[in-house]
Ligand binder design. Sequence first.
Ligand SMILES: [Cu+2]
Length: 514
Amino acid sequence: MKQSILTIAILTVASAASAQDHAAHAERPQPSTGGAAATTSNATSNQSMPGMDMPSMRSNASPSVKNESASVPDDSAVTSAHGHMTPQQMNPSPMQTNTAPEVASDSKSAQVMGPMPGMKMGHIMADMDGVFGPYPMTREASGTSWQPEDTPMEGIESMNGPWMTMYHGYVNVAYDHQGGPRGSKHTFAESMFMAMASRPLGNGTLGLRAMTSLDPTIGKSGYPLLFETGETANGHTALVDRQHPHDLLMELSASYSYNLGPDSSVFAYVGLPGEPALGPPAFMHRMSGMDNPEAPLTHHWLDSTHITFGVATVGYVWRTLKLEASSFNGREPDQYRWNIETRKFDSASARLSWNPTPEWALQVSHGRLDSPEQLEPNVAVRRTTASASYEHDIAGHPMQTTLAWGRNRHDPGITTNGYLLESAMHVRKDWTVFGRMEKVENNELFQEGEAQHGQVFNIRKLSLGFVHDFVQLGKVKLGAGALVSKFGKPTALDSVYGASPTSYMLFFRAKLAM
Ligand SMILES: [Cu+2]
């Protein structure tokens, strides 16, 4: 465990150091959007959840061009404080990268090319305005959360009249082996499919989003995952050492943002289900975590509210800051995974987000979940989270690291903390390596009636893995990957979990890609 922690620490420090190298950053590989088969490491790994505002389209053709233009003055346009262009300043040829990626790597020649009507939008998207305000849409992640703007994008995008649509999705077929006496084996498929649409409306942007999952096919008790707890399979006993499946419907939401000025907006977001303003972006939507097919142990300390059945959020954006508040149904989904649940809005949260530079996304948030657990309806949870995500390149390879802390204060009851450090790096075109280190104070490892029920145990977990996308068929990339996990725990648990259990997963992945 110590060696592994050292490895991750070295990796993080090395990447932070290398990110200081601005030259390397500017040489980030260009997104190539010329056709289904033309993909780059930049284009393959991330899922932002953008919407797009055509009239505020900015001139730069890609995130990397954007970075270059900071040092190469662009006399064709006067950009605003955070790099946006007004509609009048908009370069008439934003489509050029779609046909000539090699030309697009030279921002000057890109700017003199003519428009290519009818071309796919491709990674122009990366420079569109967000759904919730006038900032780069690459800042937007799950729900109304923010990620670093420099996060590379992927997804299948297109324009239909004033509507911009975007699709993301994947299916992981995994063989899961959790070690030790409490472990077990299971083969299952987990999946997510998301469709987004947005259009300008008045002085703002209308956004719609739908997200579904075929996770209910895994079965009510989900898949084996040592030390994972939360939710229930039968309505009587808690799920322990298993990750619950997600519901068929993970999000059905609508939003409207109104621009108050060139760099500020107000917005409203409603979802059934949806994600309240609490925590960092959900694990399957942040680049640092999305390639890992396992749910984090910290899920119920950080981002478990991402599939809330009933939420309304209002927010205010000013430049790099966002302040938002949500009212929502705090109850976690029940064991019936195919339906929509409704319940009164009994919970509330607030979040302050700050993206000081394109590399960083910071947030602090607090919420009161009135009665989150079906099995403990009289217990409320006050959840506090803080997180920092850092996006950077190492010699042209995008890497994202997230550090997060969450605290659940049970009322009545005890207070527990969860910590997460995770990184993912695209080491080569179509290769991703990832690592996740967590520590949680878990008091739910034993069922009612068992001697150690309610006791708090310090659990640590380290996972390392990779995924390789080995072929692309049309808009579907096929990949294969593996990860292995080791655990740290008090010796008091040795008789239950074994002295040193090892878990691993082997998985095939199909995902939508440009
Ligand atoms: Cu979840």
